[in-house]
Structures are given as structure tokens and as C-alpha cells.
Design a protein around this ligand. Structure first.
Ligand SMILES: Cc1ncc(COP(=O)(O)O)c(C=O)c1O
Length: 363
């Protein structure tokens, strides 16, 4: 019988059964909700914690300190509970109450950071406070998901290999949503090395500036950042970038729930908008995989709540035939990703990221 942590990974691939027309390319969703913490973030969280243990950087009785508004913090809280570590997660006022409740249920301590950074978000202020606590608390470890190369490495070694095996090599496109870049950094490296014909499609939120562009606030949870993360170490490995508006992603979530019986989070909706567009133009002999990063139940009070959408001026319902046309009209934000770079190398120094040591030590 396996322990809870031994159930991380091996997520199923499921095929869309109802929305597609006969000439559409097949769409498979990789259901990361089956991880014990409920999202894809269990994979890098466990990988990073076990690498730190192997190197003696995290010892029994130690404390894990991380900045996360959601899934990564939940994964660390779950792993900390299973392994007996103290876990401190820095969140912000935008963090969904259900995420905070889950972290606390696993016994984590949660600190709400209220100071905004220069981009109007909380990423940088959360990260620098996490780094400060790490310096102050003895025997503490910072997974540092935004800068730690082990984040991408987890997906390179585990997620991508597993996906390739499940597809039995028959795969044409992988659609990935982006925040810390761990997924797209690791998975794109694996496919460009082992199956370079597979197209890698990045999906960001409209308003995020991972790939440059105009910054403004957006509602899509789990996606976006205000710089190109170092886990995306080579933009040439990405074939196309799309930016998806909040409303399209949320409408897609609701269609998936109602017409396919699949309840995903906002990033699953965003990824599916792009996967459905591509499926209409690629043809029925092609196969697209979209990573469904987490579970829709976390978003019952938001994406799946009519009042929440109405209050924000967003549509609550669209017929799948109309959505089909709407997604088809979405144009790529870039077909030459290298031109979209928004690297900010000074940030690691500025925020005093401990991953600078990891890079020196490991790479
Ligand atoms: C639900 C969800 N989707 C997508 C992502 C993006 O993944 P990555 O951070 O590996 O770029 C995240 C990251 O937090 C997430 O929580």
C-alpha cells in the first residue's frame, strides 16, 4: 500500500468526448487534480523538498517557507504535514479563502502580505518577506518556486516523461498555462530534446507581462507574473504564445463542466480555449494535450458562482456552438516568442533569492 506522497504523479489522460466535431483534432486533458494535494504543484513541491533533504538543506524539525497564493502553498502544506515539517506560507489579499483554509487544515501557518509591489501585484513583496523570514528562522528552507531551477527540472524528469509514455509517442501539440514557468520550462525542454516535432504552446493571462505587453489586473487564478521567470530559460523552445481573457477562460470552465463533466480550475479553462482553437485548425489526425492543472471545486465560490461573475461584469453562460466560434477567432499573441522576453535578471539579487546558491551548487 502506498503512502500519500507516493501517490503524487501518474495522473490520467482523458479524451474530450462531446465538444469536438469529426474534423477536429483530438484533445486530451492531463488531469493533475488526481495528485493528493489536488494540483500539478505537488510534483515540483515534492521534488524540491526531497532534493533539499538529500543535500541536507532541510533537516528533521525544519521549517519550509514559501510565497504562494494557492496551489504550491497547498502542496507544501500537505507535504509538510506528511513529513513532519513546520510550513509557513505567505499569501496576499487576493488569495482565495478556500486556499488559505486548505493550507491551515494541513497545519500550515499563513501570513497575508498586504503591501503591493511596483506592478500592483504582490509577488515581489511576498517573495522578499519570505526571504527575510528565511534569513531569520534557523533550519529553514525556501523552495523559491519562481527562481528555483528544480521547479522546471521536476517537470522535465517526471511530468513530461510520463506524458510521452502515456501518449505512446503520438502527440503533436502540448498546451501549457504559465506562471512560474516550471511546467513550460521543463516540459518544453524534454520535448525539444526527445520529440522536437511536438509544438509547445504557452497560454498566459491578458494583463500578465510574462511575455511583455501591457500590464493590468486580471482575475485568472494560478496564471501570470510581471516578468519572464528564469525557469523559462530559452524562449526559443516555445512555438506560440496566446493571451486569454478572464471571461473566455471562465466560460470555457463552465462549458467543460456542463458538457463534458470535467470541472477544472481557471487555468484549465484558459488552456482549453487555446486547445479548442487549435483543434479546429489542425485536423482530425492530430493530437493535442492540454494540462489541466487543478480542480474546479476550489473555484465554486468564484468561477462557478453566477453572482461572483455578475458582480465583475462577466458573462455566466454561453452556448458551446457560440464558444466554438469565439475560441476560433482568438489570434496568437506571438509566433516568435523570443521577441517577447521580459527577463529581469536584477530581481534575484534585489529580492535576495536563495536559489542563486542552488544554481551555483547544482548547475
Ligand atoms: C492552477 C495552475 N495552473 C497553472 C499554473 C502555472 O504553472 P507554472 O507555475 O508551472 O508555470 C499554476 C501555478 O501556480 C497553477 O496553480
Amino acid at each position: 500500500m502506498r503512502t500519500v506522497l507516493e501517490t503524487v504523479g501518474n495522473s490520467p489522460l482523458i479524451r474530450l468526448a462531446n465538444l469536438l466535431k469529426p474534423n477536429d483534432a483530438e484533445i486530451l486533458l492531463k488531469m493533475e487534480r488526481t495528485n493528493p494535494g489536488g494540483s500539478i504543484k505537488d510534483r515540483p513541491a515534492l521534488f524540491i523538498i526531497e532534493e533539499a533533504e538529500r543535500r541536507g538543506w532541510l533537516k528533521p524539525g525544519g521549517t519550509i517557507i514559501e510565497s504562494s497564493s494557492g496551489n504550491f502553498g497547498i502542496s507544501l502544506a500537505m507535504i509538510g504535514a506528511a513529513k513532519g515539517y513546520r510550513v509557513i506560507v505567505l499569501v496576499d489579499p487576493k488569495t482565495a479563502p478556500v486556499n488559505i483554509a486548505m493550507m491551515k487544515a494541513y497545519g500550515a501557518e499563513v501570513i497575508v502580505v498586504t503591501e503591493q509591489d511596483d506592478s500592483g501585484s504582490y509577488h515581489k513583496t511576498r517573495i522578499s518577506l519570505a526571504n527575510k523570514l528565511h534569513r531569520e528562522i534557523p533550519n529553514s528552507f525556501r523552495p523559491d518556486q519562481c527562481f528555483n531551477p528544480w521547479n522546471g527540472q521536476a517537470h522535465y524528469l517526471l511530468t513530461a516523461k510520463e506524458l510521452m509514455e502515456q501518449c505512446d509517442q503520438r502527440l503533436d501539440v502540448v498546451v501549457l498555462t504559465v506562471s512560474t514557468g516550471g511546467q513550460i520550462g521543463g516540459i518544453s525542454r524534454f520535448f525539444k530534446e526527445h520529440a522536437p516535432h511536438v509544438k509547445i504552446i504557452a497560454v498566459d493571462a491578458v494583463g500578465s507581462t510574462i511575455f511583455s505587453g501591457k500590464a493590468h489586473s486580471y482575475l485568472l487564478p494560478g496564471m501570470g507574473l510581471s516578468w519572464t521567470p528564469t525557469n523559462i530559460d530559452d524562449l526559443n523552445r516555445i512555438d506560440e504564445i496566446y493571451k486569454v481573457p478572464d471571461e473566455d477562460a471562465f466560460l470555457m470552465c463552465r462549458i467543460l463542466a456542463k458538457y463534458e463533466g470535467i470541472m477544472g480550475g481557471g487555468s484549465t479553462g484558459a488552456g482549453m480555449v487555446v486547445a479548442w482553437k487549435l483543434s479546429q485548425i489542425l485536423g482530425s489526425d492530430k493530437r493535442i494535450v492540454c494540462i489541466a492543472a487543478d480542480n474546479g471545486e476550489r473555484y465554486l465560490p468564484t468561477i462557478y458562482n453566477d453572482d461572483w461573475l455578475k458582480e465583475r461584469g462577466l458573462r455566466m453562460y454561453i452556448h458551446p456552438d457560440e464558444m466554438r466560434v469565439r475560441v476560433r477567432g482568438l489570434q496568437p499573441y506571438s509566433v516568435n516568442p523570443i521577441e517577447t522576453a521580459n527577463y529581469q535578471p536584477e530581481l534575484e539579487e534585489l529580492l535576495d533569492s536563495p536559489s542563486r546558491l542552488i544554481k551555483k551548487e547544482v548547475l
